[in-house]
Design a protein around this ligand. Structure first.
Ligand code: ZN
Length: 193
């Protein structure tokens, strides 16, 4: 890349690095970093299936780590970068943590709560509103997700084919067994009548 990256792009690139860790585990690739005074103080990536834990979202992990570094539940001078629009839980946690700024990669029309289904981050009724920037390195963030789901569909398709092949061979074996039984059945019924 010849153009100089903006700060947002620089940190979104770090969030993408986190997302790739999720990808490598077979998890939906979502990554997050939290920046404080130009320094990353929290990183996280989706580990929901690996940890078998609803709370193992990228943002929650990053918030937990950042709070540990800051020594407070309030992350008042931080910016959170996340590759995908946060869900209701994470958007809620961002508001709860008083994070003033969130930068997103791509939107999540089916589950996002940073403007898609709800906009928990910018609700005037809450005592805290977040300044939101959307679409930073959007193409990179969304193509990573598309690639993941394409591979997942392919894997599921192969699994189905494999199962069907196994069922068919089991079925064929049963048919063969049945075929062997037919003459015996016939003999028996002949004897009876
Ligand atoms: Zn979430």
């Amino acid at each position: 890349m010849k153009n100089k990256m903006t700060n947002h792009e620089k940190y979104m690139t770090e969030a993408i690095k986190q997302a790739k860790k999720a990808y490598a585990l077979g998890e939906v690739p979502i990554g997050c970093v939290i920046v404080y005074r130009d320094r990353i103080i929290g990183r996280g990536y989706n580990r929901r299936n690996t940890d078998k834990n609803t709370l193992a979202h990228a943002e929650i992990t990053a918030i937990r780590k950042a709070s540990k570094i800051i020594g407070d539940w309030r992350l008042e001078e931080c910016t959170l970068y996340v590759t995908l629009e946060p869900c209701q839980m994470c958007a809620g946690a961002i508001v709860q943590a008083r994070i003033p700024q969130v930068v997103m990669g791509t939107m999540n029309p089916k589950a996002g709560c940073g403007g898609s289904i709800l906009n928990i981050l910018e609700m005037p009724q809450f005592n805290h509103q977040v300044e939101v920037t959307r679409g930073v390195l959007e193409e990179k963030c969304s193509s990573m997700l598309k690639e993941f789901f394409k591979e997942l569909r392919e894997r599921n398709r192969m699994e189905k084919l494999w199962k069907r092949a196994q069922n068919e061979s089991a079925e064929a074996a049963t048919q063969e067994e049945k075929a062997k039984l037919v003459p015996i059945d016939k003999t028996e019924s002949n004897t009876v009548y």
